[in-house]
Design a protein around this ligand. Structure first.
Ligand code: UDP
Ligand code: MG
Length: 339
């Protein structure tokens, strides 16, 4: 007992309890990765010096099947920087899966994880504030953008419409928060219990429900390179988000169905009245309109139902969310046991 207390005390003095892992997904990020590692290392060492976090804290890069030299950059960073570890996927599995892989990897060995993009768009200077919020009791700390000046007009308004739509559909989400967040060990543990394949982390994290806090920052321009979320990927991601979290689109079909029944009854009555008044209907326009209208309603309905069936299809297959090809471990040694 005495020994346990003593060990606990030593751990506290060395700050072993607050091991922080910063998880950075990378897809073709050779242009930014060295700068990102440099800047994050300086924040990390400062936090270690101030005894806020353990000396065993580290940076974990997840190479999401990059086709450029990202992985060799990670290997060379691992040689030169004692904090850097890396995982390499066998192919591109997507940003959300890269985040899940990083969290799964460190679940056992870390006390806190922060996920952040590789391109330095999110202000890393708020990391100490995030850690402070954690030390004060928050299990999840959301990094929230308080401006979108650097985003294009289209990205800004499409994102706003998306958040409004999600809110309308009853999905709880933090406005203007992407995947820049801190999570405590128990929050990571809870998050990893959500086993879905159609991953939309910013919708799942609030479901975990532990105490949370927000830290605001200004979003900057990408340090270098191009966005890895082209329009098609972005729209897919948004629709995935909606259909993974809400059955509202199915309900909309039901209302559409009701509306078209009422409309057709009204039309029937109108045609009958015209008939009694002696106005013979020419038929062609009403026929065409109803064919097109009902055709449209049916196609939309089918596609929405199809979307949900597609979701069930991908979930029941239970395919792995990612495949790791290689790893490199930091001097602080991440327990790289995979599940
Ligand atoms: N990313 C990834 N896999 C992908 C696409 C993106 O790991 O298939 C990473 C990317 O390297 C970056 C983060 O996800 O670290 C966010 O991507 P990006 O900055 O291009 O998105 P944007 O900020 O333009 O929305
Ligand atoms: Mg970016």
């Amino acid at each position: 007992m005495l020994n346990e207390i003593k060990l606990g005390w030593i751990a506290l003095v060395n700050n072993e309890v607050n091991i922080l892992t910063i998880i950075i997904p990378c897809f073709n990020e050779e242009e930014v990765i060295f700068e990102t590692a440099k800047e994050i290392t300086s924040i990390l060492t400062q936090l270690i010096k101030n005894q806020k976090i353990s000396k065993k804290s580290r940076i974990l890069f997840v190479d999401d099947g990059s086709r450029d030299n990202t992985w060799s950059c990670i290997e060379s960073l691992n040689d030169s920087n004692k904090y850097v570890s890396g995982i390499k996927f066998s192919r591109n599995f997507g940003h959300q899966n890269a985040l899940i892989a990083g969290l799964t990897m460190v679940e056992q060995s870390t006390s806190i994880a922060i996920t952040i993009d590789a391109d330095l768009q999110d202000d890393i200077n708020i990391i100490p504030k995030m850690v402070d919020e954690y030390l004060e009791g928050a299990d999840v700390v959301y990094g929230v953008r308080n401006n979108r000046k650097t985003d294009t007009w289209f990205k800004k308004y499409s994102a706003e419409t998306f958040y409004k739509l999600m809110e309308h559909f009853g999905v709880k989400m933090v406005y203007n928060h992407a995947d820049y967040r801190l999570m405590s060990k128990r929050a990571i543990h809870a998050l990893l219990k959500y086993r879905e394949r159609n991953l939309f982390l910013r919708g799942i994290v609030p479901l975990v429900g532990y105490p949370s806090a927000k830290v605001y920052y200004m979003r900057k321009e990408r340090y270098a390179g191009k966005s890895k979320y082209p329009l098609k990927k972005m729209l897919n991601f948004a629709f995935d988000g909606i259909s993974s979290f809400s059955l509202a689109p199915i309900r909309i079909i039901m209302y559409l169905g009701f509306a078209s029944i009422i409309l057709s009854i009204a039309l029937m009555v109108y045609t009958l009245i015209q008939r009694f008044l002696g106005n013979t209907t020419t038929g062609w326009p009403s026929l065409m309109i109803s064919i097109w209208f009902l055709g449209g309603v049916q196609l939309t309905s089918l596609s929405i139902i199809g979307e949900y069936i597609g979701k069930v299809f991908t979930e029941v297959k239970q395919r792995p969310r990612y495949q790791i090809e290689k790893t490199v471990n930091s001097k602080t040694q991440i327990d790289m046991t995979t599940k």
